[in-house]
Write a protein that binds this ligand. Structure first.
Ligand SMILES: [Ca+2]
Length: 319
């Protein structure tokens, strides 16, 4: 059983990832923490509470930090043209949601849960890395107590998606991401190198909704706006960035990885760019020295990943 804390900014592709984690029989979702990215923190938290209520997910939900790790940076405009004004494709969301958030801040929730389960927690982070960075800053020792960190973010051998070099989750808080990638824990980065190859077609999702009942119907409804955005980019479907990171937790064999220290460019025209120094290459002394080797996903069996997601969403099993 994988005990997972899901750090998320729902977010349409976040919603699919959440339902995958909830339904996968080998995943014990022990907490949800909210972060910023697809929408501001009050909206991503409301959306997490809404989805948890709709899908009967009982894991506690803790609200994350709504600003950036570096106090000198400010939040920019939100990507409402991708995720809708409400972060969930402009579906109607009830004004009052009975589920309430945990009173703790997300980073404190992470610290408490990791310390209560030493060596057992996998952190799956699919928004900005702000909460993970705050947890490391407040309690650096947790790096040695976490089992694994899997993040959706970054772009190594392919272009970014918010600038020619930067992917949105990393670009949204570069200093936080650099701290997370250089901390002494094991990080696997599931970035655009692999997620852009993984497209769920609109027609497939509609079929899943028919077979999967109300839970998947809600997912299908809230995904339509996002599919419209991706339509002219990848065909009539959606890139399922965040679900790829969740699949990695249970099926790392479906990915090809490359090991090496990673840094994030902080500032300048390449702000938010992720750069790995492959272990097999030698260079003169530099900024990658002395940092742990992390894994970058550079290959994916996209058909197998999509197949697993289909079966887990509909049947709740990994057949
Ligand atoms: Ca996300």
């Amino acid at each position: 059983m994988h005990k997972v804390i899901f750090d998320t900014d729902p977010g349409v592709d976040d919603a699919m990832a959440l339902l995958f984690l909830h339904r996968h029989p080998e995943i014990d979702l022990v907490g949800i923490t909210t972060t910023v990215g697809n929408a501001p923190i009050d909206i991503t938290t409301r959306n997490a509470l809404f989805l948890a209520q709709a899908w009967s997910i009982e894991a506690p939900i803790a609200q994350g930090f709504g600003e950036k790790f570096d106090a000198g940076r400010r939040n920019g405009p939100w990507p409402t043209f991708i995720h809708g004004d409400n972060g969930l494709g402009n579906i109607s969301i009830p004004e009052t949601i009975s589920r309430k958030a945990d009173p703790r801040a997300a980073h404190q929730f992470i610290i408490d849960t990791v310390r209560a389960n030493p060596g057992e927690i996998t952190l799956v982070a699919v928004g900005r890395m702000t909460n993970l960075a705050l947890a490391l800053k407040a309690d650096p020792e947790i790096a040695t107590l976490v089992k694994d960190v899997v993040i959706m973010g970054g772009a190594f051998d392919v272009p970014g998606n918010v600038t020619p070099t930067a992917e949105a989750n990393i670009h949204g808080d570069p200093e936080a991401a650099d701290l997370v990638l250089t901390a002494p824990w094991r990080v696997t980065v599931v970035g655009l190198d692999v997620t852009m190859q993984t497209v769920m077609m609109r027609s497939d999702l509609a079929k899943l909704a028919k077979a999967g009942g109300a839970h998947v119907t809600l997912l299908n409804d809230l995904s339509q706006f996002y599919i419209d955005f991706y339509n002219h980019r990848v065909g009539d479907g959606m890139v399922i960035h965040d679900s790829c990171a969740c699949v990695y937790v249970v099926r790392p064999d479906l990915f090809k990885t490359r090991s090496g220290a990673m840094r994030v460019v902080c500032g300048g025209i390449a702000d938010g760019m992720t750069i790995q120094k492959p272990d097999v290459k030698t260079f003169p002394p530099g900024e990658w020295d002395g940092h742990p080797s992390q894994s970058a996903c550079i290959g994916i069996d996209a058909d197998a990943v999509l197949g697993l997601i289909r079966s887990v969403l509909v049947e709740g099993k990994a057949a």
